[in-house]
Design a protein around this ligand. Structure first.
Ligand SMILES: N[C@@H](CCC(=O)N[C@@H](CS)C(=O)NCC(=O)O)C(=O)O
Length: 232
């Protein structure tokens, strides 16, 4: 069951099941791909970490987690699998970079994000409403932060000539790192010049702003995910 259903276009083929926009970083990734590439979809929001959340999610996917994509009788769960499914269904959109080498690196950094950065993800939970908070980093989180910046800098330097995104044009890799941008901004994580420019650019993206605005309007508060001190 969806708590909130938003029909982005009347004739949508896809239904994307997402968690709270404020907290669900994995949901944001395929959502951003769909919105950026203007692929019509219906959105089904299930607030997470409440008494009946798990049961509601299990109605959609055996993983019991968000996000989940429904396409007719096909159900795809897991953010990266959903993005790959969209890549196949919409080959004309160029969701991965067109150049083979750029595409390989985009896939590598996206897989690295998807399977790693545990310290960063747990220590700095995505919280779109958190603005101007301070969070001292653990050694492991600091290492993750440095590695993210290394990825951003090298992708921008090697492949970013055509535009402001990691591989010039927007690609799935930018969607995979968008929740990290929100974390860096919310918890005041300092970046080098290239990194800061990338953060500002991503935050200004209309689709990301749309997600952030919806998150502001959500009423659920998950105490365990509210971390960091308010800056004076
Ligand atoms: N590897 C999965 C992770 C999905 C995931 O952990 N989703 C979180 C929300 S961001 C979730 O559903 N949490 C609720 C729960 O575990 O009960 C993906 O990439 O989609």
């Amino acid at each position: 069951m969806c708590r909130t259903e938003v029909r982005i276009k009347a004739m949508s083929q896809f239904e994307l099941v997402i968690g709270n926009k404020n907290y669900s970083s994995w949901s944001l990734r395929p959502w951003l791909v769909l919105r950026h590439f203007r692929i019509p979809f219906t959105e089904c929001r299930i607030p997470l970490y409440q008494g009946d959340s798990k049961a509601a999610l299990l109605e959609h996917s055996p993983s019991g987690r968000a996000p989940v994509l429904h396409d007719g009788t096909t159900t795809v769960w897991d953010s990266l699998a959903i993005i790959e499914y969209l890549v196949e269904k919409h080959a004309e959109k160029g969701i991965w970079p067109v150049d083979r080498e750029a595409r390989a690196i985009a896939r590598a950094v996206s897989a690295e994000m998807h399977s790693g950065f545990e310290a960063l993800r747990t220590h700095l939970p995505m919280n779109c409403r958190a603005r101007g908070r301070i969070r001292a980093l653990t050694e492991e989180a600091e290492r993750d932060v440095m590695r993210v910046q290394e990825i951003w800098t090298s992708c921008r330097r090697e492949f970013g000539d055509r535009g402001e995104w990691l591989f010039g044009d927007f690609s799935a890799a930018d969607a995979m790192f968008a929740p990290v941008v929100i974390r860096f901004s919310g918890y005041g994580i300092r970046c080098d010049e290239r990194g800061s420019a990338y953060v500002d650019f991503v935050l200004g993206h209309p689709a990301l702003q749309e997600w952030m605005n919806h998150a502001q309007g959500e009423s659920e508060i998950v105490e365990e995910l509210e971390v960091g001190e308010e800056r004076e």
